[in-house]
Unconditional design. Sequence first.
Length: 195
Amino acid sequence: MERHYYWVSIADVPQWYITTPVPASGGKFEEPWMFGEGHSLSDPGPIKARVRNPGQKRAFVFAGIERTPIVSEAVANVFKTLAPDDIQAFPVTVEGESERYFIINAAKTIDCLDEAKCREVQHYAEDDPFPESAGQYRWINGLRIDPAKTEGVSVLRPRKFKTAFIVSEEIKDALEQVGNPGVSFEPVTGPHEYH
């Protein structure tokens, strides 16, 4: 039976805005985007993040411009239980919050994009100001992945389009049971749904 996957993205709901996480000791990470790169990381040590816009507290948000996944302990437990080999969970202190929060790092990048089934694909040009992005996808509308190429993982970032944080249907269903998400789930397998 074919597995189904979903792109987790910021939902259009009232929510708080958390800034890009930084070392608790001060300063900034050398690579603040590292939690969105789709590979295993060395323990970064104690981490903190500020709430820039109080909004409505959510169990799952993407922080800062790097879109770092920050989740409640209940959401972190879903990932730790259902995808222990696919993620890393790093504790993060959210300013003014007594509850425990975690950064969820998708530790696997997989070449699973199905470009032919995507609605629209934009590539970075060879003369783009960021030459390291040449050959990568600038943006994809109607993203589709090939579940046969996911190597059976439940959480991943697609190679050449690491912007997308992808989870299996099992993870999605468990996250919806936790409730209060600041995220939405867009199908990336199966036929496109036209409204």
